[in-house]
Design a protein around this ligand. Structure first.
Ligand code: MD3
Ligand code: FE
Length: 215
């Protein structure tokens, strides 16, 4: 396949967004086939589902997990757990290609010892967004979070350490990776309601993978 020089997602390269944050454009592209095959298998065992917030609201984004720990939410609260409550079984294992990619990206961003034990899978359809929040259910907040964007372009909202601070919007394209840690780990962030054309291969959806050291 030839390089597309006319669309912004055709540009690789890395950009430092904050003291502890790197955007690695197109970093997941060499692994797309492995990610797609792995996802298909994981979602057969642990289908995407809409969780309920502690306040009783159905989340627009559909979620699943792989790895020894999975993020879950219901009216009892947010937490990581070893068992998928839908199947009563452990979450599907994290494929070696997934963890190797997350570990390599983290090392490139200055986090040399990242070994994820949880991978949260988020599925957005047009109109679905994720409201401004912090990720603070992980045990060790010195560990970074690594994310991979797949499918339709998202408008990522990047805020400050307080909910009411200024925020900027940043497009995330198919194949982009973000590594987030250090002083930026507790920044508020979210995703604007998904809009725009369907992706040529992934269709009318966006999948986001976030790798964490949760336990
Ligand atoms: C910044 N997911 O799953 S990934 C989430 O695109 C989540 O689905 C978004 O926020 C998505 O919790 C954004 C990028 C990301 C992930 C974790 C972070 C940014 C972060 C943790 C702290 C600060
Ligand atoms: Fe988050």
């Amino acid at each position: 396949m030839s390089l597309d020089l006319f669309t912004p997602q055709g540009h690789a390269g890395r950009e430092q967004l904050g003291a502890g944050t790197w955007l690695l454009r197109q970093r997941a592209v060499p692994s797309l086939a492995q990610l797609q095959a792995g996802l298909r298998q994981i979602l057969r065992q642990a289908p995407l589902r809409h969780l309920t917030t502690p306040g009783g609201q159905r989340m627009a984004v559909a979620m699943s997990n792989c790895g020894s720990l999975g993020w879950h939410s219901d009216t009892a609260g947010y937490r990581y757990q070893r068992i998928d409550p839908l199947s009563g079984q452990p979450w599907p294992p994290m494929p070696a290609a997934f963890s190797a990619l997350a570990t390599a990206a983290a090392a490139e961003a200055g986090y040399p010892d990242f070994q994820p034990d949880a991978c949260l899978i988020n599925r957005y359809r047009p109109g679905d967004g994720l409201s401004l929040h912090q990720d603070r259910n992980e045990r060790d907040l010195l560990q970074p979070v690594v994310s991979i964007s797949l499918g339709m372009t998202a408008s990522f909202i990047w805020g400050g350490l307080q909910r009411t601070g200024r925020s900027r919007k940043l497009p995330l394209y198919h194949g982009d990776m973000l590594v987030w840690g250090g002083p930026d780990r507790l920044r508020f962030h979210g995703v604007a309601p998904l809009q725009g054309p369907p992706h040529a291969e992934w269709g009318g959806k966006r999948i986001n993978l976030t790798f964490r050291r949760a336990g």
